[in-house]
Design a protein around this ligand. Structure first.
Ligand SMILES: [Mg+2]
Length: 230
């Protein structure tokens, strides 16, 4: 099935990126790259993963989770290309199975992520989605060449995903699809009508408990939306 089903024709789909469009978390992957030669690599990568998870399950504010991880990593420009290479290999399998329909829906699909354009844009473009529909953060090199959060970034603060979603001006029905509590906030702040907990890569109990729909893959998402939107 490559055509957009009738029940989705007027819908807008807001996709999270990490653990949703791709199966992993980009900053965790970046930790593997950045700390490849560090003697205490395993412990530091595990620490960064724990902070990622705390941000995603809502036990740590997203801005704090992002700041702590970036401080620990010291991201440099040469790390971006190998990261993008890894992420291209990690697109969620069910999205790859339905790449044709996703491409046909590209005008009604938006990506809203607390990650960074520097690696989200190339992955999204390869899937046939619109780079100008990506709402994310940007990196800015400091005097030492370390990439820091650009202070003008859109999605780096608590509630910023909801504000980004609201600013798009899409008409209902709007559906937010993601694995984290920051994705649920889009629903709780009234910037979408349905929140879908995406569990293809990771299942977070606090997120699932708040979801209108739980989708283990794209087929499950379509089946559930067919019922809700019919
Ligand atoms: Mg996510």
């Amino acid at each position: 099935m490559n055509n957009v089903p009738a029940y989705l024709k007027s819908a807008s789909l807001f996709f999270d990126f990490d653990s949703t469009i791709v199966s992993g978390e980009a900053i965790d992957e970046l930790a593997e790259i950045a700390l490849a030669t560090a003697p205490d690599r395993a412990a530091r990568v595990a620490n960064i993963r724990a902070i990622t998870n705390a941000g995603m399950d809502g036990s740590m504010p997203i801005n704090e989770s992002l700041r702590q991880r970036m401080d620990m990593l010291q991201i440099r420009a040469h790390m971006i290309a190998p990261l993008v290479e890894r992420l291209h290999q990690q697109v969620s399998p069910s999205l790859l199975r339905h790449a044709a329909i996703l491409k046909n829906m590209r005008d009604q699909i938006w990506i809203i992520s607390s990650g960074f354009h520097e690696w989200i844009d190339p992955v999204v473009a390869a899937l046939g989605l619109r780079v100008d529909h990506v709402n994310a953060n940007r990196l800015l090199a400091d005097a030492d060449g370390i990439l820091q959060l650009d202070p003008t970034s859109r999605c780096a603060t608590v509630g910023s995903k909801a504000r980004a979603a609201a600013s798009l001006g899409c008409a209902p029905p709007r559906i937010m699809i993601g694995d984290g509590m920051t994705d649920f906030e889009v629903r709780s702040e009234g910037a979408c009508e349905y929140f879908v907990a995406w569990t293809e890569s990771v299942t977070r109990p606090t997120v699932v408990a708040n979801a209108d729909i739980v989708a283990p893959h794209f087929e499950g998402l379509l089946a559930a939306l067919a019922e809700c939107l019919a």
